[in-house]
Design a protein around this ligand. Structure first.
Ligand code: GTP
Ligand code: MG
Length: 201
């Protein structure tokens, strides 16, 4: 897919205020600092379309972008950020839960996982929750530039093995690096393919 346009539309914490048009929507979710906003910029080849930061907790709201005037890309806040207060954690959970429960446009969520770590309970729990709520998702391993090829293979293998303990099959997954532009074509083609299927239905 060629990116002809990428526009920021709106940020908010209220799902009722999200854009109303019925475009297919792809949401990026994952732990704080995993690289959601960076990946969105890499995919769109724009330096600062989505705001990034070295400090976790940068993205705090639901951010809608309209791509090629026919699909939405959504940058979400990260979960598992230890330094936020209990009450803001609750608020966060509420609006993310509501977003996934109410937002009819969602076609697929991408759960981002930092490829450097062993399987983390918080990610496993989140994917479990997605499964229970029947929200389709694919996995994106991020920051692949930080590992040597062997270590990368080992970590992905460990992850898929861990998933097979609870899942019958492993969801579609991608390996990316925002600093090296790795995985861009694969991800954009995947989204394009799904958009086409929806259009032809
Ligand atoms: P929150 O909005 O806080 O939830 O974080 P986020 O998931 O949007 O992460 P963000 O894109 O802001 O990136 C966090 C940090 O990781 C930044 O310092 C990025 O430069 C760095 N980073 C993101 N992607 C990559 C990558 O592919 N490779 C490397 N080496 N660093 C990355
Ligand atoms: Mg972010």
């Amino acid at each position: 897919m060629r990116i002809k346009s990428a526009e920021f539309l709106v940020s908010n914490s209220d799902v009722e205020k999200c854009p109303k048009e019925q475009f297919p929507e792809y949401s990026f979710i994952g732990r704080s600092n995993v690289g959601k906003s960076s990946l969105i910029n890499m995919l769109m080849q724009r330096k600062s379309l989505a705001k990034t930061s070295g400090r976790p907790g940068k993205t705090q709201l639901i951010n809608h972008f309209l791509i090629n005037k026919n699909w939405y890309l959504v940058d979400l806040p990260g979960y598992g950020y230890a330094r936020v207060s209990k009450s803001s954690k609750k608020t966060f959970q509420k609006f993310i839960t509501e977003y996934f429960a109410k937002r009819r446009q969602i076609v697929l969520a991408f759960v981002l996982i930092d490829c450097r770590h062993s399987p983390q309970p918080i990610d496993m729990e989140f994917m479990q929750w997605m499964g229970e709520n029947q929200i389709p998702f694919s996995i994106i391993f991020t920051k692949a530039d930080k590992l040597k090829p062997n270590a990368l293979d080992r970590n992905i293998e460990a992850y898929t093995q861990k998933m097979l303990e609870t899942w019958e099959e492993i969801p579609q997954y991608f390996i990316t690096s925002s600093s090296k532009d790795l995985g861009r074509k694969e991800l954009l083609n995947y989204i394009e393919e799904i958009n086409l299927q929806i259009k032809n239905k």
